[in-house]
Design a protein. Structure first.
Length: 470
């Protein structure tokens, strides 16, 4: 009851709620989005006169800057990729740009021979050529997300979140003498330390909402979950206390937010019920234990949880690997029974190119869905995307050729951070605009600019030679 008493005392004294206020109850803790009650000049306004005074004298809250990086493995089929961007991302013209001319020279062999997949993942956010080894002496560099995370340290519960559709790996030989640690990680806390990543939506959900003890095993978690229907049931008393004491706008925002949390929880629970079903199959596809019913469902759940974490300021930095580099998973939900890596090396065979194109379009669709979610989610009174720079791309261009020039990269969002996106008018209407850099410009030049936009002053990063105008 101490949390309820604290909330009541803050309200009764007319004080603004802390932006770190959380709802607590029965082993659960839920962060809140920004409410009017958290802004000193607007908290607990009860009259038109008070509102008028606040409008002229109050201080506005400063919205935090955020970054998210989405990695696609195995490169693209360039024609299919361009077509997918034009059609799928057309509704987002004006908030996203295709970046052209950027390269990653440190993803090239440089006398190290085969291993483009491992090098590309390790280089993607570090700009560093990884040491060729499958032993314990892995060496890459600190990634751009971790540079930002360190700068934001202490301001959020999690300095960063690292997510992926497939499990992380830290050992083994995955690509021509390169450690699996390179192929399975894009975030690096130090030259010898990949960050690892979460790939289970339930585990991530529990991390975000601090459910249960950290050492809890699967059986104990199952027993605990059986005792309540929803995290929101555990939070009901504190939620009711807060709703009674905030304004109409805050109640509406709170209800919308909690509805979103409940929807996420139901989707995760639905996936868990499916995995424990007697058949373990869906539309003829056998699903491994621990997986949502489709790979699409897994990625979408992870994406939505990432948006929730950014919205509630649990973190300001997120990375998401759609799959590990070199992944050869099939996509039965797309009608692609062949492995992803296999069809990326299509050798100009029409049937393989068609399957590769389907996967590329799926990847763009996942990004478009995430982009739409960030646009529609409100944080700090504005679309979350306005305060978030969202980068989508790879360090391999043509999956068949393994080149690293004119990389497939899209940058979205960041309007409130000073990033501009200019759409291009075509016969079919507005389409994504392009930012064209001089051919051979390091991708790290873009990272320098992104760091500067979020307040991390830096002249160099990785193999950068300058900064791009954004």
């Amino acid at each position: 009851m101490s949390e309820l008493k604290e909330l009541s005392e803050q309200v009764d004294r007319g004080r603004a709620l802390s932006r770190r206020t959380v709802l607590r109850g029965a082993g659960a803790a839920l962060a809140l989005p920004l409410l009017e009650a958290m802004i000193p000049s607007r908290s607990f306004i009860r009259s038109a006169a008070a509102a008028a005074g606040a409008a002229t004298s109050g201080a506005a809250a400063v919205a935090p800057a955020r970054m998210m990086f989405v990695f696609l493995p195995n490169g693209v089929e360039p024609t299919a990729w361009s077509q997918a961007l034009s059609s799928v991302l057309a509704p987002h013209a004006g908030v996203a740009s295709v970046m052209r001319g950027l390269c990653h020279r440190n993803a090239e062999a440089q006398l190290d021979g085969p291993g483009d997949h491992a090098r590309s993942a390790a280089c993607f956010l570090t700009g560093v050529h990884p040491k060729k080894t499958s032993g314990g002496d892995i060496t890459a560099g600190v990634s751009v997300d971790q540079v930002a995370a360190r700068a934001f340290s202490g301001r959020t519960k999690f300095e960063s979140l690292e997510l992926g559709g497939e499990a992380t790996m830290t050992a083994g030989n995955c690509d021509s003498g390169y450690s699996c640690a390179y192929s399975a990680n894009i975030s690096w806390r130090g030259p010898h330390t990949p960050s690892g990543k979460d790939h289970d939506p339930r585990v991530l959900f529990e991390r975000l909402f601090a459910l249960g003890p950290s050492h809890e095993d699967a059986q104990a978690r199952t027993r605990r979950m059986a005792l309540r229907k929803s995290i929101l049931d555990a939070l009901a008393p504190s939620t009711a206390a807060l709703r009674e004491r905030v304004g109409v706008n805050d109640r509406r925002k709170l209800d919308e937010y909690l509805d979103g949390v409940r929807d996420l929880e139901r989707r995760i629970e639905s996936a868990e019920k499916f995995e424990n079903s007697p058949t373990g199959a869906h539309e003829g596809v056998v699903i491994p234990k621990g997986s949502p019913p489709t790979y699409t469902a897994r990625i979408d759940l992870l994406s939505d949880l990432a948006v929730l974490a950014l919205q509630t300021d649990r973190t300001r930095v997120v990375t998401l690997m759609l799959a590990n580099e070199g992944s050869n998973r099939s996509f039965p939900e797309l009608g692609v029974a062949d492995g992803h890596h296999e069809v990326s090396h299509h050798g100009e065979q029409a049937d393989k190119k068609e399957k590769f194109a389907k996967i590329n379009r799926w990847q763009v669709e996942r990004f478009a869905r995430l982009l739409a979610k960030l646009r529609e989610t409100q944080a700090d009174g504005e679309p979350l995307l306005d305060h978030t720079m969202l980068l989508f791309g790879a360090a391999i261009t043509d999956g068949n050729r393994h080149n690293h020039d004119d990389l497939p990269v899209v940058l979205a969002g960041g309007r409130a951070l000073g990033v501009t996106h200019t759409p291009t008018t075509s016969a079919s209407g507005e389409v994504l605009g392009e930012r064209i850099a001089t051919s051979g410009t390091p991708l790290c030049n873009l990272y320098v600019s992104m760091l500067n936009k979020v307040g991390v002053r830096s002249d160099r990063f990785g193999d950068s030679t300058g900064a791009l105008a954004l």
